[in-house]
Design a protein around this ligand. Structure first.
Ligand code: G6P
Length: 478
């Protein structure tokens, strides 16, 4: 268990990498949540007496540090008010829409900001308590942008990295934020700030120059106290080998065949898997598919669209509105276009374990990923990792970070319904050779740049930025 001042590597993220679940004897336990981040970081955490600080979900339960699945976990609690103001409010109704090109209108409330400051301070205090002398602390995502500077004030000996998993917006949009300067200064407490794309890093550097007035040169910011901060792109990925192994496993293959069977063995299966979020472009994609049936290009007895929407942030108003809109659209499309035993859309509002996701990827001929804006989109990469047969087609939005790497996908603009229809149809009709040429190239990219490499590159770079100072993070044992 983590003793105060003992961790050489500390991960700070809004969520702990575990979920609470009921064990067979009725007592409650923790199990590791699925996700590439934890599988990438686990080996480095082990090699460095690491700890992970995060919110366990829920409210007001105060937990002591504990060990789950071999990981040292340090919980930070939120009260019911903080859940509403810090998490649902400032994080997910102010920053989330603002950073995703204002696809929904961000709300600005002073009480939400105050709660954001308070909760960020709590995370920073905890990190200051847990980190050993000269340790490395890696802070994650938009919920915790003030932690780097708060932590530096408490512990100037630490080496601090920050990674933003979502897009960093253009300066014109960011400037709407009443607390823009505080957020920029919060981030500047880090030695290295990582973004998904070079564009995000450039937006940040420009804002720091314009709004805070610091000197910058290329990807460096020069602070008056002599420190230098680097802002650069580190596109995140997935554990590709792990996904491929899962996809090749006998139970997953069997389940993929069962899924097709249960769908009535259509010629082609289209698939969308997303958190139910207005940034994901679910509405436009289902409309485009519906129109292809209406126009007579696709026959409903030939093809079906399987849409999985994982429940998310359900108490936030914009998410409730979206859920109703999708419910109505699916009902209308199935009512108008479906036949007995052949719905146009097979819609599930639920979350599935990784095995079921891998089986869905294996069962799908055309994967449809059409966000209006997305930091990266790991679903696109997971689909590619599972297609070890070099088959399957990916239709991908230009506005997902993944489009920078997966150039061989059928790239679309999700605001252009006709363009999206044309790409869906092309992917539907593409001959096997064409599909395999594209998939091979994409697989090479995904296999070569996996999440372990991403984590190692960020941590190496962080050691270099503060080469003068601090302990170096030991690499994971092979
Ligand atoms: C995105 C964010 C993460 C967040 C996740 C799930 O991927 O970048 O920071 O944890 O969504 O959202 P939730 O609000 O449930 O944590």
């Amino acid at each position: 268990m983590t003793a105060p001042g003992s961790a050489d590597l500390v991960i700070v993220a809004n969520r702990l990498p575990v979920d609470r679940y009921e064990m067979p004897d009725g007592s409650m336990g923790w199990r590791r949540s699925p996700g590439g981040l934890v599988s990438a970081l686990e080996p480095v955490l082990r090699a460095n007496d690491g700890a992970w600080i995060g919110w366990p979900g829920g409210t007001d339960e105060v937990h002591e540090p504990f060990v789950a699945d071999g990981l040292d976990l340090v919980p930070v609690s939120l009260s019911a008010d903080e859940l509403e103001e810090f998490y649902e409010g400032f994080s997910n109704a102010t920053l989330w829409p603002l950073y995703h090109d204002v696809v929904a209108k961000p709300e600005f409330h002073r009480e939400w900001w105050e709660s954001y400051v308070r909760v960020n301070q709590r995370f920073a205090d905890k990190a200051a308590e847990v980190a050993a002398e000269n340790a490395t602390v890696w802070v994650h995502d938009y919920q915790l942008q003030l932690v780097p500077s708060m932590l530096r004030a408490l512990r100037p000996d630490l080496r601090i990295g920050f990674y933003l998993h979502i897009p960093f917006p253009p300066t014109e949009l960011f400037q709407q934020l009443p607390w823009r300067r505080q957020v920029l200064e919060g981030l500047l407490g880090a030695d290295l700030i990582g973004f998904q794309l070079p564009g995000g890093a450039q937006n940040f550097i420009r804002l720091v120059r314009q709004r805070v007035g610091h000197k910058t040169h290329r990807d460096l910011v020069y602070l008056p106290d002599g420190r230098t901060v680097r802002a650069a792109a580190f596109p995140i990925s997935i554990d590709a080998a792990d996904f491929e192994e899962l996809a090749r496993s006998e139970p997953v293959q069997r389940r993929a065949a069962e899924i097709r069977e249960a769908l009535g063995n259509p010629t082609k299966v289209f698939l969308g898997i997303d958190r139910l979020d207005y940034t994901k472009g679910i509405y436009a994609r289902l409309r485009a598919f519906g129109e292809l049936i209406e126009d007579g290009h696709i026959d409903v007895s030939d093809a079906v669209f399987v849409q999985v929407a994982t429940p998310s942030r359900e108490r936030v108003e914009q998410y409730r509105i979206l859920r109703d809109e999708i419910d109505r659209l699916v009902g209308r499309l199935n009512g108008d276009l479906g036949r007995i035993g052949s719905p146009a859309i097979s819609y599930m509002h639920s979350s599935f374990p990784r095995e079921e996701m891998a089986a869905l990827y294996r069962a799908a001929d055309i994967m449809v990923v059409t966000p209006l804006r997305d930091g990266m989109n790991l679903v696109a990469k997971e689909y590619v990792a599972c297609r070890y047969d070099d088959d399957g087609a990916l239709v991908l939005s230009e506005f997902a970070g993944a489009a920078n790497e997966l150039r061989q996908a059928w790239l679309i603009n999700p605001y252009d319904i006709n363009g999206m229809k044309a790409a869906l149809l092309e992917a539907f009709q593409a001959p096997p050779r064409e599909r395999s040429r594209r998939m091979k190239a994409m697989r090479k990219t995904v296999v070569e740049h996996d999440v372990k490499k991403w984590a190692a590159e960020f941590l190496d770079e962080l050691s270099e930025v503060r080469g003068d100072h601090g302990k170096t993070v030991r690499p994971a044992k092979p």
